[in-house]
Design a protein around this ligand. Structure first.
Ligand code: NAP
Ligand code: F7E
Length: 320
């Protein structure tokens, strides 16, 4: 039986990854932070047979104790301050959590268990507004991030590549494009639009207030993307992989689709507030996952509309 340790196990991806690893017979351990509302602590994972340990990426000793106790075969670093807009408000916290902390994790692997495979949750946000002439971002596309979040993730990405080359660690970067699900935090744009549209439909809200609706994103489903994380760590060679659908839509398009699904007209309800815009915006993301297709045999199973349908049904049920 393999043992996996997951930081960020209480998050969207941590919960789906735990389900996947348990279904494959892994013993799964995860690191959680203490929440003042105890019910929030493990709301996404309370149905799962996983072992949780208190720790915080900003307290390297806490992670080291858990790591040495668990001695995992696979170590997935999913913990992060994951909200791009908020990273402009708490840039130093973001740099420490998403960047510097990864250095401590890699040192831990190198010092205590160099054969442990390490997965880093890297992000398409690292590309910033850099895009190849054919309109896609891929592993070779230059990275020029436009947010504290993206800058910190790029720091971690480079650390992973360095530890792989310098010390021969099996350290891999999944460069994941946006991925969503019913478990997505409700302040990310897909979940915010879907939740509010369902509330409007049922008379529980009057309007949907958004920032920049002209940016475009390549949205996949978290369940598909955690399969890619596992495939990346179980390939015979460590590397860096773009994980994306290759299709892109604007936030404006998403509003039309969601409101249309609920037989409403988005233009009647969508309002603008600059407080939801960012000091610097990433305009378009569209990933070329050819390397993951060819090398890992990874393919997404959910279509965009199937994902939207699942998320709308989730909120219909919840709000009832
Ligand atoms: P998420 O739902 O926000 O989960 C983030 C997790 O990190 C939560 O469990 C959170 O714990 C934990 N965490 C935050 N700061 C921590 C700290 N200092 N110490 C320990 N744990 C900490 O994010 P997600 O969507 O699952 O994303 C997983 C990872 O993939 C993140 O690293 C994210 O940046 C990256 N990523 C996500 C996407 C995407 O579209 N979802 C795309 C590319 C990359 P609490 O519950 O206590 O806050
Ligand atoms: O924004 C625009 C916003 O916050 C998407 C994270 O998982 O994916 C995610 O980052 C777009 C942006 O995701 C609102 O300006 C308009 O252009 O859902 P989001 P994100 O910033 O792309 C990457 C790959 C990650 O790695 C991150 O961890 O939507 N937008 N109005 C809005 N966004 C939000 N959140 N709220 C609005 O009201």
């Amino acid at each position: 039986m393999k043992t996996a340790l997951i930081t960020g196990i209480s998050g969207q991806d941590g919960s789906y990854l735990s389900e996947l690893l348990l279904s494959k017979g892994y013993e799964v351990h995860g690191i959680v932070r203490r929440h003042s509302v105890a019910e929030s602590q493990a709301s996404r994972i309370e149905h799962l047979d996983v072992t949780t340990h208190y720790g915080d990426l900003l307290d390297p000793g806490s992670i080291e104790r858990v790591f040495c106790d668990v001695m995992p075969d696979e170590f997935y670093n999913l913990a992060a301050m994951s909200h791009v807009r908020v990273s402009f408000d708490v840039p130093e916290f973001t740099m420490k959590t998403n960047g510097l902390a990864v250095f401590h994790l890699l040192e831990m692997v190198r010092n205590y268990r160099p054969l442990c495979k390490f997965y880093q949750a890297s992000s398409s946000e690292m590309f910033g507004n850099s895009i190849d002439v054919d309109g896609y971002q891929r592993e070779s596309t230059p990275m020029h991030p436009v947010s504290p979040y993206g800058i910190a993730k790029l720091h971690a990405y480079n650390l992973v590549r360095h530890y792989r080359k310098a010390y021969g660690l099996f350290a891999a970067n999944g460069i994941l494009f946006n991925h969503e699900s019913p478990r997505r935090g409700s302040n990310f744009v897909t979940q915010k639009i879907i939740k509010t549209a369902v509330q409007i439909k049922h008379g529980l809200a009057d309007e949907l207030v958004l920032g920049n609706i002209d940016s475009q994103r390549d949205w996949g489903h978290s369940k598909d993307y955690v399969r890619a994380m596992h495939a990346i760590l179980n390939h015979n060679k460590s590397g860096d992989f773009v994980v994306a659908t290759g299709r892109t839509q604007s936030i404006r398009d998403l509003c039309s689709i969601v409101f249309g699904y609920l037989n409403m007209d988005a233009s009647e309800y969508v309002k603008h507030d600059p407080k939801y815009t960012r000091p610097e915006e990433l305009d378009i993301l569209r990933g070329d996952a050819s390397k993951a297709h060819k090398t890992l045999g990874w393919e997404p199973e959910y279509s965009f509309l199937e994902m939207v349908d699942e998320m709308i049904k989730h909120w219909e049920k919840k709000l009832k």
